[in-house]
Design a protein around this ligand. Structure first.
Ligand SMILES: Nc1ncnc2c1ncn2[C@@H]1O[C@H](COP(=O)(O)OP(=O)(O)OP(=O)(O)O)[C@@H](O)[C@H]1O
Ligand SMILES: [Mg+2]
Length: 346
């Protein structure tokens, strides 16, 4: 990008904020959503699904869309039964230096389950007048066991099919290796008790933690939310299509002058649509501040080499681990006697 900052299209009457609300249903997000949609169903044995991908690929966006789509898909049932919440999104609280706080995690789930909606009027502690959850007399709301029971009941009574846990690495990050399995067992038992599938979302560090244990590896199904690679034609086209969508979202600002930079943008953002969004958001703000679009504004919005390098290292390490972990040897049909004989005849 060597051009000078003189390609002003116009002053910017619109707010760059309009980029913020843009949600592109791009190829990769559609693929991962469709795989999740296939694997989430009542009675599934995949109680824990793990979605891993690079930082800024759009994992949280995918997680929220997945939940929104499930809610939209169940709108008729929800109208008939106001207590129904088929899908819930929570962020695992950061654990800092200490052990993961199950208490605040359960509390966050409960906040989603109780909300302002009418709860189904069941005997487990819902005030029939206010519709809000109440805890059984004697049991403290704050004990872990009481919270866990409330969460189990809530998920069951709300008919929650799946719970999306974003930033799921927080659950196991500070955990000693021999306790990792206990942490995931806790989730698994929650899933089994309530018939609610757990969808864990995180960067590659989540995968690396889970892959530390064979037992955990066996219990979880892993989906890879990949970036768009520069060495794949289909990926180049898909990323370009995203840039085009961003361009079309703010024509007053960049006219048709964004698309020619698609390749540079893919290289700089490492093919991650979320990072692309952040770069373009910055570019739009800088352009607005200086009175109009310029290549210079875009240039200044790019990731620095040091930032890009750090992210690239994480990605390469993560991809190497996950791709090795996801390699599946092709089944070869055992050569039966009759087939061997037939081949011999042919
Ligand atoms: N499909 C998309 N269309 C438009 N904007 C997107 C899309 N996906 C992500 N973004 C935007 O990019 C930004 C980063 O995305 P997101 O937070 O989903 O990434 P992430 O993979 O969860 O990142 P992190 O690893 O840091 O948690 C968000 O502001 C989001 O609005
Ligand atoms: Mg995120």
């Amino acid at each position: 990008m060597n051009e000078q900052s003189n390609t002003s299209v116009s002053a910017v009457p619109v707010s760059a904020q309009s980029l913020r609300s843009l949600r592109i249903k791009h190829t990769r997000i559609a693929q991962v959503m469709s795989e999740l949609d296939t694997l989430i169903y009542p009675g599934s044995q995949d109680s824990i699904l793990l979605v891993c991908g690079p930082t800024g690929v759009g994992k949280s966006t995918l997680a929220l869309q997945l939940v929104q789509m499930a809610l939209a898909g169940a709108s008729a049932q929800m109208e008939a039964n106001a207590g129904l919440i088929p899908a819930v999104y929570v962020q695992a609280p950061a654990s800092g230096e200490n052990d993961f706080s199950w208490t605040s995690f359960y509390q966050r789930i409960l906040d989603q389950l109780t909300g302002d909606l009418d709860l189904p009027k069941v005997a487990y502690g819902v005030d029939a007048n206010t519709g809000r959850a109440v805890w059984p007399r004697g049991a403290s709301r704050n004990t872990l066991a009481a919270l866990r029971t409330a969460v189990e009941r809530g998920l069951r009574e709300r008919g929650t099919r799946f719970l999306v846990i974003d930033e799921a690495a927080h659950i196991i990050r500070q955990t000693r290796r021999n306790r990792l399995e206990i942490q995931l067992d806790t989730l698994k038992s929650l899933a089994n008790e309530c018939g609610t599938q757990m969808v864990l979302i995180g960067s590659y560090d989540l995968y690396q933690l889970v892959s530390l244990s064979g037992q955990l590896a066996r219990r979880t199904h892993v989906l890879h939310f990949e970036r768009y690679r520069q060495d794949q034609d289909a990926d180049l086209r898909a990323f370009r299509a995203c840039v085009l969508k961003f361009q079309a979202a703010l024509p007053e600002l960049w006219g048709d002058q964004l698309l020619p930079h698609a390749e540079v943008l893919q290289e700089n953002t490492l093919g991650c649509v979320g990072t692309l969004s952040s770069v373009l958001m910055r570019a739009a703000m800088l352009a607005q501040q200086t009175g109009g679009w310029s290549v210079d504004a875009l240039q200044r919005a790019l990731l620095t080499d040091a930032q890009r390098q750090r992210i690239l290292e994480e990605i390469l390490e993560g991809e190497a681990a996950i791709n090795a972990g996801l390699t599946r040897h092709v089944l070869k049909a055992p050569a039966s006697r009759s087939r061997v004989q037939k081949r011999g005849i042919a």
